[in-house]
Design a binder for this molecule. Structure first.
Ligand code: DX5
Ligand code: ZN
Length: 219
């Protein structure tokens, strides 16, 4: 039985206590820290920049999974790489030369990810799949935590699993948006390798129990 990695999102943390939030993530048994970066243009919300990753980096050995929801992400991708991010994912809808940016991120020694909003089909990123380490399937319209998962997006996970097998590719499939105890089984069954969780994680009283539940382990 292969359990998915869990990636709690700092978007739902108390923004006045980011270091405590990272400590809570590490103590819960979750493997990754998901950093949602928003520019107020690509999505109607603003969060934080690379300084947060740089300041948190000395305090944590967790895998820093940066999700750039910004137009023209090239400079920010480089800045997050320098700040100690482990994986940097950007949106195909926000970039013309996606392949160039993926190569740039890999050239900096980081994992490179591509993401798509719910209205973008898998066919929109298919040419990029040989060059990515992670595909981030958005299951809500990005911008805010606490939204409901859009069920048809689950089909994209299944499609990506098939394409990965056929093409012998190595990318991970991460799923982001509306994941909680009730929806996690659907996402796992579809074949996700990484489950991002924002509001469910930070609202949970017993975070370790929530992480085991999302992974599908006995609690
Ligand atoms: C949405 C972000 C997500 C968000 C998930 O734009 O990309 O990472 O934090 O939050 P929940 O789990 O509450 O949907
Ligand atoms: Zn995200």
């Amino acid at each position: 039985m292969k359990y998915p990695f869990i990636a709690p999102s700092l978007l739902s943390a108390d923004f006045s206590h980011f270091a405590a939030a990272v400590s809570d993530i590490e103590a819960s048994g979750a493997e990754w820290v998901h950093l949602d970066v928003m520019d107020g243009k690509f999505v109607p919300n603003l969060t934080f920049g690379p300084k947060l990753a740089a300041d948190l980096r000395p305090q944590s050995t967790a895998f820093f999974d940066v999700h750039l929801m910004v137009y023209e992400p090239d400079n920010l991708a480089i800045a997050f790489a320098q700040a100690g991010a482990d994986c940097i994912t950007f949106h195909t809808e926000a970039v013309v030369h996606s392949h160039r940016l993926l190569m740039c991120i890999r050239g900096l020694g980081k994992k490179a990810g591509i993401s798509m909003v719910p209205s973008t089909p898998v066919s929109g990123i298919i040419e990029l799949l040989p060059f990515v380490d992670l595909v981030l399937v958005m299951t809500v319209d990005p911008g805010f935590g606490g939204q409901e998962l859009i069920p048809p997006c689950l089909e994209k996970i299944k499609t990506l699993v098939q394409i990965r097998e056929q093409g012998q590719y190595g990318f991970l499939i991460s799923v982001d948006g509306g994941i909680h105890a009730s929806t996690a089984p659907l996402v796992r069954e579809a074949g996700a390798d990484v489950l991002v969780t924002g509001s469910a994680f930070f609202n949970a009283q017993d975070k370790a129990a929530l992480v085991r539940c999302l992974k599908g382990m006995e609690t």
